[in-house]
Every structure is written in structure tokens, then in C-alpha cells.
Design a protein around this ligand. Structure first.
Ligand code: AMP
Ligand code: MG
Length: 503
């Protein structure tokens, strides 16, 4: 690597390896990305660059463009497409895999390893009927969404760079190609495990890889070992891993719920084994609250509607457990680990809601009813999810901004009176409640109509809206003067159009 340092450009100074490429050959296909026509870095993310050990100057070098456009491998890495399988919309889809993504290798940092993956970088043996490309529209959305989630404190993959090019891509209409460089400790999915169902040896290899690198605690004795049966050490490790993934995934989906985030395509191939939000497609942050909001136009039956995301996650975890049972795990022990979902979800969901509602404890007598009626109020009046929470902080003292979000203010006033009483029952300092609620309830979320401004700019090679949005979404809780329109719901009639999957 050192000898190649000059050609390697800014990456040459980093500690790069390719652990996933070192897995047996049937885990992936080693191949190059397909070059684009006139690729240029429309935006590069200095926050993620810094995390990787790259300074801002590195992001404007030709060597950086070469890597994030897929023209050259990551120096010290090994480019590949990974294989995985999965259940799509409840149906076993068989083999899938990186059909338009290339893993470049990982950069080892003091915070651990971070893999770089290009999305939209050309065809692979797993492309099936796809062209291996991604369009500007979906790439801008993914680029921004992962940073928006990070700003909200929700576990997610990150984005390093957005490259646009002149290639034309056929979707519902002709669009322009783009490539996002995503960054994550790992892109292993539930579907990566499902792929090896029936093959204990490969399953064990994948399990060892994931546990050694990301869940080393699962290889050590744990508090529930007595409940996991008289299995071998490897089997106990597999069960401990399942328990960890169940817990992390439960917390993740609780975070989605309380941010008003709908993933849109909660197929098992889009579920991270690390409990991260991954594969942003037709996702949506809700504007007007609808309990059964569907953000993905292709999801006709609402399999992944907002109110069923937790049960969809639970179902996905059953698929993971089922795959792991290839290692001859006891059904009771699998069930024991799966049973951790509900308490973990409820605990995270309540704790998020307590922060969002400015409550310091959960009162079993009142709070479930208060929260149920809150959702009902928002749903019946189609109030804006983000602003309703945001304006609730000031509402006990000055209710106007809050009440103006509701068509029928009197109904909202009745709920607000109950909320006032509940807050008063805590006897806390009100200014502290307001301040902490403003740290828990964002003013800026990546609403679809706002993402569209950035997409329109990107199509003109203008990254300024992306820059503005990243600035706001990096710290979405702090109000910035002059950016009022970024906090507003879509104009009446323009909101909540579901997006399609064809990205
Ligand atoms: P998704 O639901 O978008 O995560 O994609 C499901 C599967 O389809 C994955 O295996 C993707 O790699 C593959 N895929 C999606 N879009 C394309 C495309 N344009 N070209 C090739 N493969 C694709
Ligand atoms: Mg996917």
C-alpha cells in the first residue's frame, strides 16, 4: 500500500482491509464496479470523512472521485458484490444479493472498522433483471436520509459521497444515474443468514465473522445462558447473538415509530444484523399523521404501514431465528430470545415518548391512555407529526401555535388540558421541561417535498440545497433563523404522496 501511496491519494494513508472478501468464495463475487460517464462528486460529507480519517481537502482530489465513482478500487481493499437472500413482502424470494452495490473494503479507525460500499455502481451476478444503477432522485434521498437519521440519534448507515453522472437510466421515465458511497461497520443483513439456511458450515462461518467483529460479548458467558439449554458453546453463541439482534432491532423500530419514520421496504434483505437503518428507498417521514400511513406506493396492502412496523420487524426476526436454527438450536431457546422483542420495544418506545412528551416517569395509571389519545387526536385531525410534538413543549403556557395544527381546536384543547395536568403532577421546573422537549423533538425532518428541492438542485449539478439540508439535519433540534420554510409541512394537497420502489 505504501508503495502505491501517491496513486492511492488520500486513502493511501488509511488502514484499509477487506475482511468480507476474506470469507469463502461463495459469500460474494469479486468484481469491479462499472464506470460512469462523466462522473463528478456532487457532494461529499466532511463529517463522515473525518470519522474515516480523511480531511476536507481529500474530498476534492481526483483520487477520491476515482474511488467513490467506482473507477478504481479502494487502495488496500478488494471490490465485491455480496450474496444474500430474503423474504420480500412476506414471500421467500430466494437468492438476491448486491445487485447494484459494490463493497470496497473497510477502513479501520479508532472507532472500529467502517466498510465503504457503492450503491448504483453497476451490474453484478445478483442483478437479476436490474440495470445495476440508481437514479439521482433515490440517491439524493438516501444520501440525506442517513445523515438525517444520524442527526436524530437513530442507528443508521452513513453517507460519504454522492456522485452524479451523465448515464441515462430507464425507470418510469428516463432519469440520470448517481452513486452513493455508504459507510457502515457492516452491510450484513438478516437475509445474509437466511441465504445459508440448510448449510450449517457456511452459517457457522458467517456467524463467527459477525460475532468476532461486532458482537464479541456473545462469545462469552451471558446472564441468560441457563435458559438457552444444554447446547454446545457455538450454539449458545448463536442464541446469544439472536438475543442481541432482537433487542437492537426492537429499539431501532421504536426509534422509527417515535420519529414518524416509515422504512417502506422492511424486507428481510433490508434488515441490518447490526440493528441499523439500512437501504433507504421509498421511506418517508410523516407529515400529517395517519396511524396506518403507507409511504411506499408498491406496498398496496400496507404490510409496512407505520402502525405495523414493529410487528413486521418481529416477523423478520422470526425469519432470522429460523435461519439460525440450521445450527440445530432448540426451539424453546429461540423462542426465549424472540420473546425479548416486546419488552425491549415497549421500554424503548416508552422512554422515547417520555422524552418527547417531557415526562420524567411513566405513570401506569394515566400514560398509556394519554398516549393512545394523543395518536388518536393526531390521526383524526391529520395533524403534522413533527410540529405537533415540537409545539407541544410551549403549549401548556402559550397554546396558539400548537392548537393551530388542529382543524378542531376544541378537541385538541381537551387533550391539552389532560397533558397540562399530567405535567403539573410531576411538579418539575417548567423551563427545564420545555428545554428538554426541544432536545427530543426535531424541528427539521427530511420531508419528501423538501428532499425534492435537493433533488431538483442535484439534477442541475447544484449541491446547495443538499448543503443546507445537511446543515439543518445534522442538528435538527436547534431552530435556525432564516430557514422557516424547512420546518413547514408540505402545501395542502402536495403532501404524503407515496413513493415507488423503482429507484
Ligand atoms: P431493494 O428492495 O431495493 O433493497 O432491492 C432488492 C434487491 O433487488 C436487491 O438484491 C438489490 O440489489 C436488487 N436491485 C434493486 N434495484 C436494482 C437495480 N436497478 N439493478 C440491479 N439490482 C437491483
Ligand atoms: Mg436492499
Amino acid at each position: 500500500m505504501a508503495a502505491d501511496g501517491v496513486h492511492a491519494g488520500p486513502f493511501g494513508a488509511l488502514d484499509v482491509s477487506h475482511s468480507f472478501a476474506d470469507l469463502p468464495a461463495d459469500f460474494h463475487t469479486v468484481l469491479d464496479a462499472q464506470p460512469l460517464i462523466r462522473p463528478r462528486v456532487l457532494h461529499a460529507n466532511p463529517d463522515v470523512a473525518r470519522m474515516l480519517g480523511l480531511d476536507a481537502a481529500a474530498l476534492t482530489t481526483p483520487a477520491f472521485l476515482d474511488v467513490v465513482a467506482g473507477n478504481r478500487p479502494l487502495p488496500g481493499g478488494k471490490t465485491l458484490a455480496a450474496v444474500y437472500s430474503g423474504h420480500q413482502f412476506g414471500v421467500w424470494a430466494g437468492q438476491l444479493g448486491d445487485g447494484r452495490a459494490h463493497l470496497l473494503g473497510e477502513i479501520n479507525t479508532q472507532q472500529g472498522p467502517f466498510e465503504l460500499q457503492l450503491k448504483g455502481s453497476g451490474q453484478t451476478p445478483y442483478s437479476r433483471f436490474g440495470d445495476g444503477r440508481a437514479v439521482v432522485r433515490s440517491s439524493v434521498r438516501e444520501y440525506l436520509a442517513s445523515e438525517a437519521m444520524f442527526g436524530l440519534g437513530i442507528p443508521t448507515t452513513r453517507s460519504l459521497a454522492l456522485v452524479v453522472a451523465d448515464d441515462t437510466v430507464a425507470r418510469e421515465v428516463y432519469e440520470t444515474a448517481a452513486v452513493v458511497t455508504r459507510v457502515s461497520p457492516s452491510f450484513v443483513r438478516f437475509g445474509s443468514f437466511e441465504h445459508w439456511a440448510g448449510n450449517p458450515q457456511a452459517m457457522q462461518t458467517l456467524l463467527d465473522y459477525v460475532v468476532t467483529r461486532f458482537y464479541p460479548q456473545c462469545a462469552r458467558p451471558g446472564p441468560d445462558d441457563d435458559e438457552l439449554g444444554g447446547a454446545t458453546p457455538q450454539q449458545t453463541t448463536a442464541l446469544r447473538l439472536l438475543g442481541e439482534v432482537v433487542t437492537r432491532s426492537a429499539r431501532l423500530v421504536a426509534d422509527w415509530q417515535t420519529a414518524g419514520f416509515c422504512h417502506g421496504v422492511m424486507n428481510t434483505d433490508n434488515m441490518s444484523i447490526l440493528g441499523l437503518t439500512i437501504d433507504y428507498g421509498p421511506f418517508g417521514f410523516m407529515d400529517a399523521f395517519r396511524i396506518n400511513h403507507i409511504c411506499n406506493r408498491t406496498d398496496r396492502n400496507g404490510r409496512y404501514a407505520w402502525n405495523v412496523q414493529p410487528s413486521a420487524m418481529f416477523w423478520n426476526l422470526h425469519r432470522l431465528a429460523n435461519a439460525l436454527s440450521t445450527l440445530d438450536l432448540e426451539a424453546d431457546a429461540l423462542a426465549f430470545q424472540l420473546d425479548k422483542f416486546e419488552p425491549a420495544f415497549i421500554q424503548a418506545y416508552r422512554s422515547n415518548l417520555m422524552r418527547k412528551l417531557g415526562l420524567s416517569y411513566w405513570d401506569d395509571d394515566t400514560d398509556a391512555g394519554l398516549v393512545d389519545d394523543w395518536w388518536r387526536l393526531l390521526h383524526e385531525q391529520g395533524a403534522d407529526f413533527t410540529l405537533a410534538f415540537r409545539h407541544l413543549a410551549q403549549a401548556p403556557q402559550s397554546p396558539d401555535a400548537f392548537l393551530s395544527l388542529f382543524a378542531d381546536r376544541s378537541v385538541a384543547s381537551v387533550w391539552l388540558d389532560r397533558y397540562r395536568q399530567r405535567v403539573a403532577s410531576e411538579g418539575g421546573v417548567d423551563s427545564e421541561r420545555v428545554a428538554s422537549m426541544q432536545r427530543a423533538n426535531p424541528l427539521y425532518v427530511l420531508r419528501n417535498h423538501i428532499a425534492q428541492w435537493a433533488i431538483d438542485g442535484a439534477l442541475r449539478d447544484d449541491p446547495s440545497e443538499i448543503e443546507t439540508l445537511l446543515m439543518l439535519l445534522r442538528d435538527p433540534f436547534t431552530e435556525k433563523k432564516g430557514y422557516e420554510r424547512y420546518a413547514e409541512p408540505p402545501p395542502a394537497g402536495a403532501g404524503s404522496m407515496p413513493l415507488s420502489c423503482s429507484s
